[in-house]
Write a protein that binds this ligand. Structure first.
Ligand SMILES: *Cc1c(COP(=O)(O)O)cnc(C)c1O
Length: 421
C-alpha cells in the first residue's frame, strides 16, 4: 500500500462481522483464564494487554498505523509530544550522558534539554542547523548518546540535512533522533534517510483538528544497540526478571524497553478515547497535507511579493536558503507553516494579526484551520527587541499556519489585514 492508503487501512483489520470503525476499548484491565498466563505476560514471554498504563488495544492499533506510515518496526504513543521526546531521551541517556542537538528546534524541547534534563545530569550541546559532518562529529563527545534535530524546524522553518546528521551520528556509534512533527510521514520519512528514531507531537498535523494533545516515538529497528554504548538495552533488566531487550526483541528493542520499562514507570500512556480521535485525524492526513502545502505555497508567494513584508521563510520559495534541501527531503511540499516579517515596529504586526478575520489567533500551529501567532508579543514576549533579534525573531515576525480553507478566502483575509495597517 502507498502511504495515503495506509492512513486509512494500516493498524486495524477487522475480521468478518467485526466493527468497521476502530473500537474504543475503554478498559483499564484485561481478563485471563489463569494466573500462569498473566505471569507469562509479566515476564514478556507472551504478547497481550495487562493494564492500560502499559498498553491498550485501541492505542495499539494507532501505534501500528503510525509505525506503518513512518516505515518503522514499532511505535509507542504518549500523552504529549514533550512526553515522547522525554521518553526517547530517558530510554538511552542517564546521568553523566550528553546530547548533541540542532539549535533550531521547538522552544519546549530547548527548555527540556537546557534546563530540566540538565538538573538530572544530562548535558546538551546545541550546534547550528547547517553544521557539516565534521562540525557535528566535533560536537560529539565520548559520553554523547544521541543526535537530535527537526525535519522542518518549529518556528525557524529551516530544513535539516538528515543524511549528513545520520552519517555523523553513525560514525560515532550513536543514533539520530528526528522530530518529524511538521513534515509528517506524508512529506518525509526520516528512516529512509538514515534516522534511527522518529518522534512526533501528534497534537499538530496528525490530529489536525486541535482536539487531543499527544505524541509518539517510532523505532526504525536498524540501529545496533549492542555496540557497547547502550548496556541498558542489552544487559538483563532486573525489573523484568532479567530480560535483555536486544536479545529477546531484536529490531524492536528500543520501543519495547520504552514501553515496558519507562511508559510503565512514568505513566505517560494516552487513553483509548484520545487514540481513537488521533486515528480519525490520521485517516485524512495525506489529503490535508497536500492541501496545506499548495495553500502555503500560494501564501508564501503572496507574502514575498508584498511591499510591507521584509522577508519570508518558506523552503519551497526559490529565494529560500533551504530550497535545495527541500527539493531533496520534501518533494511533495514543505507543510503549511510559514514565517514572515512585516516591516516597521511590532505594532504593525499586531495590527495585522488583530485585523485578521478568518485566520485564528491561537497558541497552536499545524491545524486544519488557518492560525497565526506573533512571537514578539506572545511566546517570546519577555524579550526586548534586541534580545528578539539575537534569537532570530524580528519584532514583525508572524508565524502563519496555513489551513485547508479555500485559498481565495485565506488570501482575501490576508489582503484586508495588510490594508488595515
Ligand atoms: C508542539 C511541538 C512539540 C511538543 O508537542 P506537545 O504535543 O505540545 O507536547 C514538539 N516538537 C515540535 C516540533 C512541536 O511543534
Amino acid at each position: 500500500m502507498h502511504v495515503d492508503s495506509k492512513c486509512l487501512h494500516a493498524g486495524y483489520a477487522p475480521k468478518n462481522g467485526e466493527p468497521n470503525a476502530l473500537p474504543i476499548y475503554q478498559s483499564t484491565t484485561y481478563r485471563y483464564d489463569s494466573t500462569e498466563h498473566i505471569g507469562r505476560l509479566f515476564d514478556l514471554k507472551e504478547e497481550g494487554h495487562m493494564y492500560s498504563r502499559i498498553s491498550n488495544p485501541t492505542v495499539a492499533a494507532v501505534e501500528a498505523k503510525i509505525a506503518a506510515l513512518e516505515g518503522g518496526v514499532a511505535a509507542v504513543c504518549t500523552t504529549s509530544g514533550m512526553a515522547a521526546i522525554l521518553l526517547t531521551v530517558l530510554n538511552i541517556c542517564k546521568t553523566g550522558d550528553h546530547i548533541v542537538a540542532s539549535a533550531e528546534i521547538y522552544g519546549g524541547t530547548i527548555n527540556l534539554l537546557s534546563f530540566t534534563l540538565k538538573r538530572y545530569g544530562i548535558d546538551v550541546t546545541f550546534i547550528p542547523v547547517d553544521s557539516t559532518k565534521d562540525e557535528i562529529k566535533a560536537a560529539i563527545q565520548e559520553n554523547t548518546r544521541m543526535v537530535f534535530g527537526e525535519t522542518i524546524a518549529n518556528p525557524a522553518i529551516s530544513v535539516l540535512d538528515i543524511e549528513v546528521f545520520a552519517e555523523a551520528a553513525h560514525e560515532c556509534g550513536i543514533p539520530l533522533v528526528i522530530d518529524n512533527t511538521f513534515a509528517t510521514p506524508i512529506l518525509c520519512r526520516p528512516f529512509e534517510w538514515g534516522a534511527d528514531i522518529v518522534v512526533h507531537s501528534t497534537s499538530k498535523y496528525m490530529d489536525g483538528h486541535a482536539t487531543v494533545v499527544g505524541g509518539v516515538v517510532v523505532d526504525g529497528g536498524k540501529f545496533d544497540w549492542e555496540n557497547g554504548k547502550f548496556p541498558e538495552l542489552c544487559e538483563p533488566d532486573v525489573s523484568y526478571h532479567g530480560v535483555s531487550y536486544t536479545k529477546q526483541f531484536g529490531a524492536a528493542a528500543f520501543a519495547t524497553k520504552a514501553r515496558c520499562q519507562l511508559v510503565r514507570d512514568l505513566g505517560i500512556a494516552p487513553s483509548a478515547m484520545d487514540a481513537f480521535l488521533l486515528d480519525l485525524g490520521l485517516q485524512s492526513l495525506s489529503v490535508r497535507m497536500e492541501r496545506h502545502c499548495r495553500n502555503a505555497e500560494a501564501c508564501a508567494e503572496y507574502f514575498e511579493n508584498h511591499p510591507m513584508v521584509e522577508f519570508v521563510n518558506y523552503p519551497t520559495l526559490k529565494s529560500n536558503k533551504y530550497y535545495e534541501l527541500a527539493q531533496k527531503y520534501l518533494p511533495k511540499g514543505a507543510s503549511g507553516v510559514i514565517g514572515f516579517s512585516i516591516k516597521g515596529s511590532r505594532d504593525n504586526a499586531i495590527k495585522f494579526m488583530d485585523s485578521l478575520e478568518l485566520a485564528i489567533n491561537a497558541v497552536h500551529v499545524a491545524d486544519a484551520r488557518t492560525m497565526v501567532l506573533h512571537p514578539a508579543s506572545e511566546t517570546h514576549r519577555q524579550l526586548s527587541d534586541e534580545q528578539l533579534i539575537a534569537a532570530g525573531i524580528t519584532p514583525g515576525l508572524v508565524r502563519f499556519s496555513v489551513g485547508i480553507e479555500n485559498i481565495e478566502d485565506i488570501l482575501a483575509d490576508v489582503k484586508q489585514a495588510f490594508d488595515a495597517i
